[in-house]
Design a protein around this ligand. Sequence first.
Ligand SMILES: Nc1ncnc2c1ncn2[C@@H]1O[C@H](COP(=O)(O)OP(=O)(O)OP(=O)(O)O)[C@@H](O)[C@H]1O
Ligand SMILES: [Mg+2]
Length: 375
Amino acid sequence: MDCDREELRALSAAVLAVTSHLSVREVLQTIVTSARRLLGAGYAALGVPDAGGSFAEFVVDGVSDAQWRAIGPLPRQHGLLGVLMRDPRPVRLEDIRRHPQFEGWPPAHPDMVDFVGVPIIDGTEILGALFLANKRSPGGFTADDEDLLRLLAGHAAIALVNARLFERNRELSIVEERSRIAHELHDAVTQKLFSLRLTAEAARTLLSRDPVRADAELANVRRLAAEAVDEVRAIVVGLRPVDLAGDGLDVALRKQIELLDRVHGATVRFDAAPIPRMGAGCEEALYRIAQEALHNALRHGAPSSVDIRLEARNGRVVLEVADDGLGFDPEGAAPTGQLGIASMRERAVAVGGNLTVASRPGEGTTVRVEVPTDG
Ligand SMILES: Nc1ncnc2c1ncn2[C@@H]1O[C@H](COP(=O)(O)OP(=O)(O)OP(=O)(O)O)[C@@H](O)[C@H]1O
Ligand SMILES: [Mg+2]
């Protein structure tokens, strides 16, 4: 096949387009334009079918905008176009109008005679087709033309597959982000609201007996509500937990524990030995795990006491939340929609630690997590 400079330029434009940062549509347009120029055709088009019998993409070259508008809606996948979308064999015709599947043109459509069309293929899947009509030089499209067109269709396939992968990645990161937000909301906000509810209840029971203490608890209600708002804001912009941002892990935990001890019927105790400084990720993981384990104990266990222990041992920090409540079977299948235990485990693993839940009906529950201090 002879290649003059003009042809090389057109071919190279099509190849470069694929590796550029153009949109898929722009890449396909470059390929169609290059194809028409390279093969000296009057018209060129590329169609990517959709599931509804029409086209997700349909780009043309050689048709003016006015002409394109006059033709009207996008073609459907029937007639010869339908054949091209279903059958991977190239089609080369001296006169398209004599093809058995030819169904005529819509009113403003230019008349076409000689035709060549090749599939755009990924493996065995037909992604679309690239086709040309009305070769300018006499004699119609040749086998060489068909080869060249196939090469360009190969580039169109790469562009389309890339675009699909890109879209899939984007969807995946949306799913990941949604799951992060769900976990954060569960771990931070529902806990805060739980404390808020308990505090409001405490204030209500104190109202007639001890208005001064009731007033103090109401101030706590207000503070917890404000903190819940801050938590939501922190989650949305991906900041660390509000409580940890100011105080260290043990101070933040102590505050939580003292509040719950006061407003909940159970005795909640904190036994904290000095622990070394840890990375922010580790502190956050331990804080969230402690919160969830503590709230699980109070919500599900009906315990008379909950003991939270924090200590350092052999380069690892150990946190234990033990209640003397109802207990449960940790091996039992977790109903869908419960995030707590799964989230605790994920957080522990994410900082190189591990988490165990020891429980048996009637024997209380102990959640224990160990993380390396350099995690
Ligand atoms: N300390 C506990 N005492 C008794 N039962 C518990 C305790 N911790 C967990 N459970 C049981 O395990 C189940 C699963 O806990 P998990 O934290 O995963 O979900 P949840 O607390 O029900 O809901 P979520 O945490 O998503 O708000 C609980 O519904 C409860 O039946
Ligand atoms: Mg829970």
